[in-house]
Design a protein around this ligand. Structure first.
Ligand code: ZN
Length: 82
């Protein structure tokens, strides 16, 4: 199965990359890589609405690490993650 990456957002503050990718049918998840391109964590939205919120937040300049997002699995992300 091909993995389709939809959008990559780079954080202007810490340089982290957030990559939206296919996860579960219409639901996408977000993989986060640090400035060294090392994988840090994935964020799994609960719903399409939640996913859209994430997209919008990224577009507005939010960063899963700088802004301490929940990963959807009960963990809070941050620069101490990983
Ligand atoms: Zn950041």
């Amino acid at each position: 199965m091909d993995i389709i990456i939809y959008e990559v957002t780079k954080c202007p503050r810490c340089g982290a990359y957030t990559c939206e990718r296919e996860f579960d049918y219409d639901l996408n998840c977000f993989d986060i890589y640090n400035v060294l391109h090392e994988f840090v964590a994935s964020v799994y939205p609960d719903s399409i609405e939640d996913m859209k919120e994430c997209r919008k937040a990224l577009k507005d300049g939010e960063c899963p690490l700088c802004d301490n997002w929940e990963d959807g699995l009960g963990h809070t992300l941050g620069h101490g993650t990983n």
